[in-house]
Design a protein around this ligand. Structure first.
Ligand SMILES: Nc1ncnc2c1ncn2[C@@H]1O[C@H](COP(=O)(O)OP(=O)(O)O)[C@@H](O)[C@H]1O
Ligand SMILES: [Mg+2]
Length: 131
């Protein structure tokens, strides 16, 4: 079965410091895996490599069998990768319902269109109301 997420020999070196050292993991569909380790072990750096905030010095990342090592975080999100952060953030200048609408729209693949009014997205309006 094709892994949902896979890394091969993933490493990143900051200056002379190897923060992630040749990590190979494979996550099959419908499985949970945990990355554990003490402070400074490289967990956050590893997740930054998975979501594209960082580019590895060596190794590869695959999502559903396709290599995504060089894809931007935006493209990885569009491909279907989600990430939640240790400290959750919302857009402080938007209302609660606007924050929810953004999440629903991004899930539906709706992007910014200058000449389309947000109220015309009926489905995301309904979903943001029903939960
Ligand atoms: N951008 C960076 N530049 C240099 N060193 C970094 C950078 N990011 C993380 N590190 C170092 O990499 C190591 C791993 O950090 P981190 O991934 O935050 O660990 P963890 O999340 O497991 O606590 C630490 O020694 C940290 O100081
Ligand atoms: Mg961390």
């Amino acid at each position: 079965m094709t892994a949902i997420l896979e890394t091969k020999n993933l490493s990143i070196i900051f200056g002379g410091h190897t923060a992630v050292d040749a990590v190979s993991i494979s996550v099959p569909p419908n499985h949970f895996k945990s990355i554990i380790g003490p402070n400074g072990a490289g967990k956050t750096t590893f997740f930054n490599l998975l979501s594209g905030q960082l580019t590895p010095t060596e190794g590869q990342v695959f999502f559903k069998g396709k290599e995504i090592t060089k894809l931007s975080p935006t493209k990885r999100t569009r491909a279907g990768i989600g990430r939640s952060f240790q400290i959750t953030n919302v857009f402080p200048n938007l209302t609660v319902i606007e924050n929810v609408r953004l999440a629903v729209q991004s899930h539906a693949g709706i992007r910014y269109q200058m000449f389309k009014h947000f109220r015309s997205y009926k489905n995301s309006r309904n979903r943001q109301r029903s939960g």
